[in-house]
Write a protein that binds this ligand. Structure first.
Ligand SMILES: Nc1ncnc2c1ncn2[C@@H]1O[C@H](COP(=O)(O)OP(=O)(O)O)[C@@H](O)[C@H]1O
Ligand SMILES: N[C@@H](CCC(=O)OP(=O)(O)O)C(=O)O
Length: 359
């Protein structure tokens, strides 16, 4: 194997396992399960994040999606998830592999205790040689409780389980440097660091059954790689794609991983939407934080408290252009922070060990 991974998360997009007419593509799912079984036989731990509940639901029932889109999605997913997991379960059984169903919402990642309970469950499933099949719980996950899409969920799961790699299967060969259909566009082989501005060449359009599109995939991939996890974006419609990606024998996009971050930093990195408070930091603090040295956020670098928070909350560090610089756990509440704004020799508001910088 070109890439020597011990634990991988594989995310399969709706489009990969759905035919153009909206019906599930059973031969494709079967072929993917065969490859996953072969990978698992080599001793690699696999966690599957699979979309396709809504698409599977559409193959079973017709609902009026125009009148109430939220209810329609709930109904389709509730019916379709049963079919999806049954299909996986039946196919994995043929290789004497057990799979399990794990349905989650964004809320499950917010509270650290809750997060650790979920992590323990997934670790236990892996110990029992089970392949967890994860999807968003679309039935209860509505509006602000929703993930942007399953790419975000896959990034969270890969970070939570300290996976070596995340393989995202979609319906194009990778991230193109222009419109994938335009002549002259080519797949970007490698992305390192986070300087690349994807919005200049990735359109916000989505494929027929996809939710987030390539922009959210790119941003999530960059963030996940910054936390120390290799991310591969490849075409799940191609035969032998998983084995070829692992052998590095197929054109696709690979995000080169940075130094591995601690488990706690990985959790903080994905907590932007659950951050309660925020503080405004000055130019000196910003420069110190983004330098290569490990630096905590001291009150002397804080200009003011923007939104209140309690000790232990996740807070946002914002600069004077309103840009998010980082996220961290507050060592004390906003009342004390206000009293200490601009003062020297005060206890750090965010300790370096509990600070994640956007980069
Ligand atoms: N520069 C680009 N490179 C690759 N794909 C792009 C680009 N710009 C837009 N896309 C679109 O993103 C789509 C994949 O995202 P999405 O629809 O969310 O798929 P999935 O269901 O796999 O999550 C592709 O089908 C492609 O049309
Ligand atoms: N949870 C939804 C998938 C939503 C989603 O993000 O889809 P996709 O963009 O195809 O990965 C489902 O199972 O239908």
């Amino acid at each position: 194997m070109a890439f020597n991974y011990q634990r991988i998360v594989i995310k399969i997009g709706s489009n990969v396992i759905t035919q153009e007419n909206g019906l599930p593509d059973l031969p494709r799912i079967t072929h993917l399960v065969e490859q996953i079984a072969a990978i698992k036989k080599q001793g690699i731990e696999v966690i599957l994040v699979s979309s396709g509940a809504v698409a599977s639901g559409r193959s079973l029932i017709t609902v009026a999606e125009k009148s109430d889109a939220v209810a329609a999605r709930q109904v389709l997913a509730s019916i379709g998830q049963v079919k999806l997991i049954n299909t996986y379960s039946h196919l994995f059984e043929q290789f004497q592999i057990l799979c399990s169903q794990v349905l989650v919402t964004r809320e499950d990642f917010r509270d650290r205790m809750h997060y650790l309970n979920m992590k323990n469950c997934l670790e236990a499933l892996l110990q029992y040689e089970v392949i967890p099949v994860v999807n968003e719980n679309d039935v209860v996950s509505v509006t602000e409780l929703m993930f942007t899409d399953n790419d975000e969920l896959a990034g969270l799961i890969a970070s939570m389980l300290n996976a070596n790699a995340l393989i995202i299967l979609t319906n194009v060969d990778g991230i193109y440097d222009g419109d994938p259909k335009a002549a002259g566009s080519a797949v970007i082989d490698e992305v390192s660091g986070n300087e690349l501005d994807f919005s200049s060449f990735v359109s916000s359009g989505r494929s027929q059954f996809g939710r987030g599109g390539m922009i959210t995939k790119s941003t999530m991939a960059q963030k996940t790689a910054q936390l120390g996890i290799s991310v591969h974006i490849a075409n799940g419609k191609r035969d032998q794609i998983l084995t070829d990606v692992l052998e590095n024998q197929v054109t696709h996009t690979r995000f080169i991983p940075n130094k591995t971050a601690s488990g706690k930093k990985k959790w903080i990195a994905h907590s932007e939407k659950s951050a309660t408070g925020s503080v405004l930091i000055n130019a000196g603090a910003k420069a110190a934080l983004i330098s290569n040295k490990a630096t905590s956020l001291l009150p002397v670098g804080i200009v003011g408290v923007i939104t209140d928070f309690k000790k232990g909350d996740i807070i946002k560090l914002i600069d004077d252009t309103d840009k998010l610089i980082g996220l961290g756990i507050a060592e004390y509440g906003s009342d004390k922070a206000r009293e200490r704004v601009g003062q020297k020799n005060q206890k750090a508001l965010v300790h370096y060990d509990y600070l994640y910088l956007q980069g």
